[in-house]
Design a binder for this molecule. Sequence first.
Ligand SMILES: [Zn+2]
Ligand SMILES: [Zn+2]
Length: 295
Amino acid sequence: MGRLGAHVSSAGGVSKAWPRAAEIGCDAIQLFVKNASTWRAKPLAAGEVTAFRAARDATPGHGTPAPMPAVAHASYLINLASPVEENLARSRAALADELLRCSELGVDALVVHPGAHMGEGDAVGLAAIARSLDAVFADHPDITTRLLLENTAGQGTVLGSTPAHLDAILAAVDERQRLGVCLDTCHAFAAGVDLRADDGYDAFLEAIDGAVGLARVEAWHLNDSKGPLGSHKDRHASIGQGELGVAPFERLLGDERFAEIAMILETPLGDDGQGHARDLVTLRGLTPRPASEGS
Ligand SMILES: [Zn+2]
Ligand SMILES: [Zn+2]
């Protein structure tokens, strides 16, 4: 079983995320290292960095010792494929800023959506993303946090919905050793991958292995899907309450290849704010199912 966790609020300061993660039973954490819906943010105060690192060291997981694996999610405003010069420059600067914040905090990895081509076409957009990553990496050899490209639902002109897209970006980046991927179950399903069926699950991971290599899968996002298969809608549902059901999660929890990897919930919090706590209980109550014979 992977390291189960959730995206937790960093309201009031990033260090506040740790007690929240512990309270709901996390063994891994995801957070925003700045307000995800604004471009600019004040630099992290030295005290906040110290407090974050101390809280991480002092906060054991639900069933694992401290420190928990920690990933951050980048701002949704960032578009590394933007054909608009000003927006592209802002996106690159924002990504660099987030990676530097993560490095200061000691966050293991930052998850980013690859980008949207805005009408320029897949090939142009994928090449633009690679150039953006080259620029950020070349300017900041000091960044220690890994960057994970997340697979997407493929809504509109959004790139990154297929293993081939992720491969095209990775193959075109100079310092690709600094990159990994984060796989989101809802996004894969919405993009047309039927993870409910054993052969769909196996075929998807074979395709990921053939494209970027399974060793690059450094995090999972565990989300059920409100939208049906192939809907290209990025709408997360609570575990077992959406179109995916529990079958893909039983497979993932039984998949030894991901036993040490952060598996993060980004499911609805619900009216009482306890959605992640409930989903962690649901996941831990499932029977992990290893690959069936011959698959
Ligand atoms: Zn995401
Ligand atoms: Zn996600």
